[in-house]
Write a protein that binds this ligand. Structure first.
Ligand SMILES: Cc1cc2nc3c(=O)[nH]c(=O)nc-3n(C[C@H](O)[C@H](O)[C@H](O)COP(=O)(O)OP(=O)(O)OC[C@H]3O[C@@H](n4cnc5c(N)ncnc54)[C@H](O)[C@@H]3O)c2cc1C
Length: 425
C-alpha cells in the first residue's frame, strides 16, 4: 500500500507520468525540448505554409534547421555508437519524442538523412566512412510500382498464383562496379536536398531479377549523388509532414565501386529488414511526441476557451475527452518504449516489435489529433491554430515507413510464425 499524510496534487514530468530519470536523461530531454520549441516549431510552421519548391530553395529555412541541429549534437553518431544497448533504449526515445513534438517532418527527415552514414559506419571500412560519413543522405527503397510490395519482404501477401511485379529499379555488376538504372518513388524523404542514398534495388545477376520462389533478388548500395547518371525529380507537394521534402531519384547507368554494395543478394533483404525495423521503432516514439503535442495544445485551450458560462474544461464531457487523450498518449509512449527495450534487449530486434508500436501509435495519434481539433471547435480547422497541421502530419504517418495495414499483415504473420516455432507446429 502507498501511504499519504494528505492527498497531494499529481506531479507530472515534461511528458506526463514520468518515472525515474537520471540527471543526464533529464538534461538531454530538456535540451531536445528547448531545441524543438525554439528552433523546430517556428521553422516547421514556415515550411508547412511554403510552396513545396520554395521549401528546398537556397533561401529556405530548412538550411537553418540543418545547421542548428548539427551544431546541437543531438544526433551525434559517434556518441550513439558508444552507448550501451540499455542507454540507447532509454536515450534515443527521449530525444525523438521531443524532436517530433517539435515537428515530425523535420525529425524524421533528419533521422533518415543519417541512414547512409549509419550504414557506412557499420561497414567499418575507412574509405566508405570517409566517403559517406559526412554526406547528407536519404533512404531510397520504394519505387513507383513497388510500395507495399517492398514491405512485404517475403512476398507472402501476393494474390494466389501471382508474383510481385518487376518494380522500376535494377542493379547489376560489371567488372568491379555496380551499374544502376531506373527510378525511386517520389516518396524518398529528404531526396531533394540529399547528397547520397542508402539505396535498395532489385538485382540482376545475369539470370534475371527473380529467385526461383518468385521473390526478387535484392541488394543494398551506398550511392553518392555527385556521380554521372544520378538526377532528381521535382519536390513532391503533399498534405502532411510538409517540412519533410520528398522526391524521386533517377539512375541512368549510374556506376559505383562494387565495395559500395554494402548488402549483396544474400544480405539485401535482411539489410532492408534492419532499416525498416529501426525506422518503425522511431516512428512509434516520434508520433507519441506528435500526439502529446496535440494533447498539450488541447489542454491549454480548454482552460482558456469559454462557452456555457465557463472555461470549457469545467464541462464534464470535455474533461472526459481530455482524459481519454491523455490515456492514449501514455499508452503510446508505454508501447513505444517497450519496443525500444525489446529491440535493444536480448530477444530483439525484430520488425514484429517495431510494427506493433508504429501502427498502434500512428493510428492512435490520428485519433488524438482529431479529438484535439474537436475540442478547438472551428478554430481547430483554421491554419492560424496548430491542430490542423498536426492532424495532417499524423495522417501521413499511417502510410510513411510502411502502410499500416500491410505492416499489420506482416506483423500478424510473424506472430503466427513465432507461435508455430514455439509449439513445434
Ligand atoms: C511521409 C512519407 C515518407 C516516406 N518516406 C519514404 C522514404 O524515405 N523512402 C522510401 O523509399 N519510401 C518512403 N515512403 C513511401 C512509403 O513507404 C510507401 O508510401 C508505403 O510503403 C506504401 O506504398 P504505396 O504508397 O505505393 O501504396 P500501395 O502499395 O499502392 O498501397 C495502396 C493500398 O493497397 C493496399 N495493399 C497493397 N498491397 C496489398 C496486399 N498485398 N494485400 C492487401 N492490401 C494491399 C495497402 O494496404 C494500401 O492501403 C514514404 C511515404 C510517406 C507517406
Amino acid at each position: 500500500m502507498f501511504e499519504f499524510d494528505e492527498v497531494p496534487l499529481p506531479k507530472l514530468g515534461l511528458t506526463g507520468l514520468e518515472g525515474v530519470m537520471s540527471e543526464e536523461e533529464l538534461a538531454i530531454q530538456g535540451m531536445a525540448h528547448r531545441f524543438a520549441a525554439e528552433v523546430m516549431r517556428p521553422i516547421a510552421e514556415k515550411l508547412d505554409k511554403m510552396d513545396h519548391e520554395a521549401a528546398v530553395a537556397e533561401d529556405s529555412p530548412i538550411w537553418e534547421f540543418l545547421e542548428k541541429i548539427e551544431e546541437s549534437g543531438l544526433l551525434d553518431l559517434a556518441a550513439i555508437a558508444g552507448m550501451s544497448n540499455e542507454e540507447k533504449a532509454r536515450i534515443i526515445p527521449i530525444i525523438f519524442e521531443e524532436l517530433a513534438w517539435g515537428d515530425s517532418g523535420l525529425a524524421m527527415g533528419y533521422l533518415v538523412s543519417k541512414f547512409p552514414a549509419f550504414a557506412a559506419y557499420n561497414t567499418g571500412d575507412a574509405e566508405i566512412i570517409e566517403r559517406f560519413g559526412h554526406l547528407r543522405g536519404c533512404w531510397a527503397a520504394t519505387q513507383p510500382d513497388r510500395g507495399c510490395d517492398l514491405v512485404d519482404i517475403e512476398a507472402s501477401e501476393c494474390h494466389p498464383g501471382e508474383r510481385q511485379g518487376r518494380g522500376n529499379l535494377v542493379a547489376r555488376i560489371e567488372g568491379d562496379e555496380v551499374v544502376i538504372n531506373g527510378q525511386t518513388s517520389a516518396w524518398v524523404s529528404g531526396a531533394p536536398i540529399a547528397q547520397s542514398a542508402l539505396l535498395y534495388s532489385q538485382f540482376d545477376d545475369g539470370d534475371g531479377i527473380y529467385n526461383e520462389d518468385g521473390s526478387h533478388k535484392y541488394v543494398g548500395i551506398l550511392v553518392p549523388f555527385d556521380i554521372p547518371g544520378v538526377t532528381k525529380g521535382k519536390p513532391l507537394d503533399k498534405m502532411g509532414m510538409r517540412a519533410l521534402c520528398q522526391g524521386e531519384i533517377y539512375f541512368d547507368n549510374a556506376r559505383v565501386p562494387l565495395k559500395y554494395m554494402i548488402a549483396d543478394a544474400d544480405q539485401g533483404y535482411s539489410s532492408f529488414f534492419g532499416a525498416l525495423t529501426f525506422a518503425n521503432m522511431e516512428m512509434g516514439i516520434s508520433f507519441t511526441g506528435v500526439a502529446r503535442a496535440a494533447l498539450d495544445h488541447a489542454l491549454a485551450y480548454v482552460h482558456e476557451r469559454k462557452q456555457g458560462g465557463t472555461e470549457i474544461i469545467n464541462h464534464q464531457t470535455v474533461r472526459a475527452r481530455l482524459f481519454k487523450m491523455h490515456q492514449k498518449v501514455e499508452a503510446c509512449r508505454a508501447m513505444a518504449k517497450r519496443v525500444f527495450d525489446y529491440n535493444y534487449g536480448p530477444n530483439g530486434p525484430h520488425l514484429l516489435a517495431s510494427a506493433t508500436s508504429k501502427t498502434y501509435v500512428t493510428d492512435t495519434c490520428v485519433e488524438v489529433c482529431s479529438e484535439a481539433i474537436q475540442l478547438f471547435g472551428g478554430n481547430g480547422l483554421t491554419r492560424e491554430y496548430p491542430l490542423e497541421k498536426l492532424f495532417r502530419d499524423a495522417r501521413a504517418s499511417q502510410i510513411a515507413d510502411g502502410e499500416n495495414n500491410m505492416l499489420g499483415l506482416k506483423a500478424a504473420t510473424w506472430l503466427s510464425k513465432a507461435y508455430k516455432d514455439k509449439n513445434g507446429l
